[in-house]
Design a protein around this ligand. Structure first.
Ligand SMILES: Cc1ncc(COP(=O)(O)O)c(C=O)c1O
Length: 461
């Protein structure tokens, strides 16, 4: 999409509109039953400009999905397009041969790390998906430790390959898949809104980490010392659940005490999403392996693991993949990092995130079925609760549909998909944030009008 900046969501047709319907029907006839988004968001995409996405019928949506977090600067950012376009005429693909654009990307990426990590960090480029990079990280740690098991957390999500499904909490995704990666144990995450140990924060002494500590120390605990612990600092698909800072710190201490490499999965939280380049910076921990993808390539496929040089004992060819070395992603990703520095992007993420959070909290104070507002930076979620006759999942689905019809696009996450999850562009303006709050608020009001709350037995305000 080119031309003047578009401002203001506008949905002028029923959804799907006629042109979208043609493309959706064709898709339905050809594509796999495993596809997801268009089932609940019935649009075909024509283009986009910044925070706005345009469907095939000319409807404009404020896009708080951002390609599941890939589009850090929204749709068609001119400088990211220019960087990729300029590179296209030079070379597009390099396997793992060195190139100037790759070196520039790497220099910038290392510079984004906290200073003490920079000199000790090695980069491995992976097949350009988060799942492939997680797989590589686990392989690296297995090779280094000579151990085979992995510890992961309830609610975690790490991808859709068979090894990453194995370390993902979502039970549904493994129900019909036998023989996944063996040796995976799950431990409780600090999901305090629904504490897995049945505690409330005021009655909790970090019992979840205590439990992990006890099991690792217990000769009868049944869990072998693993090759790695894999952790998200804000669980994304799990329902936008930030780790409690003391939880993350204690996990780091325990893993260090036991000589277990800690892999932090920053596939979703990375590249500025939470208001620092990587989320781990806000938790005061130094991971052994950092996994990044999604926004890393400025909208183009890229995935890396960044790890401490002491782990670098794997053999040449230990993790290959034809599509490593995407030169367009290096060029656009380097441009993203340059823009982040130049424009104070991370401070903007923190400020706009705070503004959105306050708006959502104000809304939650009015509607009891908005259970908890949480997140970091511009990775925000609202956990919906059951209301009247409806389950939390039904409330969430209805709000998503009402918002879509008003022009706000977002995804659901969490247990039973009962969390409205917002991943707007990182350069979202204050006006766009206000518009999103208005649209979400209007959708919530639409649904409230249909709900008889259990508490009051009368229609919600
Ligand atoms: C935290 C996290 N890890 C890993 C992945 C997998 O990334 P990909 O879909 O690129 O394989 C995702 C994808 O959403 C993710 O959110």
């Amino acid at each position: 999409m080119t031309g003047a900046a578009v401002r203001g969501a506008a949905v002028r047709t029923a959804l799907p509109g006629p042109q979208s319907k043609l493309l959706l029907d064709e898709q339905d006839a050809v594509e796999s039953a495993a596809r997801t988004y268009p089932r609940h968001t019935p649009i075909a995409i024509a283009g986009g400009d910044g925070a706005y996405l345009r469907d095939a019928d000319g409807n404009l949506f404020l896009d708080f999905l951002s390609g599941a977090g890939v589009l850090a600067l929204g749709h068609n950012h001119p400088e990211l397009i220019a960087a990729a376009r300029d590179q296209l005429g030079v070379s597009g693909h390099s396997l793992d041969f060195p190139t100037a654009v790759r070196a520039d990307f790497q220099r910038r990426l290392i510079a984004m790390l906290p200073e003490p990590m920079r000199a000790r960090t090695r980069i491995h480029h992976c097949g350009p998906t988060g799942a492939d990079a997680i797989d590589a990280a686990v392989k690296l740690c297995k090779t280094h430790t000579g151990r085979g098991d992995v510890i992961a957390f309830h609610g975690g999500f790490h991808g859709s390959t068979q090894s990453t499904i194995a370390i993902t909490g979502l039970r549904g995704s493994k129900e019909h898949l036998h023989n996944l990666l063996p040796g995976v144990s799950f431990f409780p995450y600090s999901y305090c809104y629904r504490c897995p140990l049945g505690l409330a924060p005021d009655r909790c002494e970090l019992n979840c980490t205590q439990y992990l500590e006890n099991i690792l120390a217990d000769p009868n605990g049944g869990v072998r010392k693993p090759a790695a612990v894999v952790m998200e600092l804000v669980q994304g698909e799990g329902g936008v659940i930030p780790a409690r800072p003391e939880f993350a710190r204690r996990i780091r201490e325990i893993t260090r005490e036991h000589g277990i490499p800690l892999i932090v999965d920053e596939v979703q939280t990375g590249c500025g999403r939470t208001g620092t380049w990587f989320a781990f910076e806000q938790f005061g921990i130094t991971p052994d392996v950092v996994v990044a993808s999604k926004a890393l390539g400025g909208g183009h496929p890229a995935a890396v693991i960044l790890y401490d040089e002491s782990l670098d004992g794997w053999a040449p060819g230990a993790h290959t993949g034809t599509f490593r070395g995407n030169q367009l992603a290096f060029a656009a990703g380097a441009a993203l990092m340059r823009i982040a520095d130049r424009d104070g992007l991370l401070a903007g993420v923190r400020e706009t995130g705070q503004y959105l959070r306050e708006g959502l909290l104000a809304l939650a104070a009015r509607y009891p079925f908005l259970g908890e507002v949480r997140g970091l930076g511009l990775m925000l979620g609202v956990e919906l609760t059951a209301a009247g006759e409806w389950t939390a999942a039904e409330v969430a689905r209805r709000i998503r549909t009402a918002a879509l019809h008003r022009g706000l696009l977002f995804e659901l996450a969490g247990r039973d998909d009962c969390v409205a999850r917002f991943l707007p562009p990182l350069n979202l303006s204050r006006a766009e944030a206000t518009e999103a709050l208005d649209l979400f608020g209007a959708a919530v009001t639409d649904i409230a009008a249909e709900i008889v709350t259990a508490e009051k037995g009368t229609p919600a305000p």
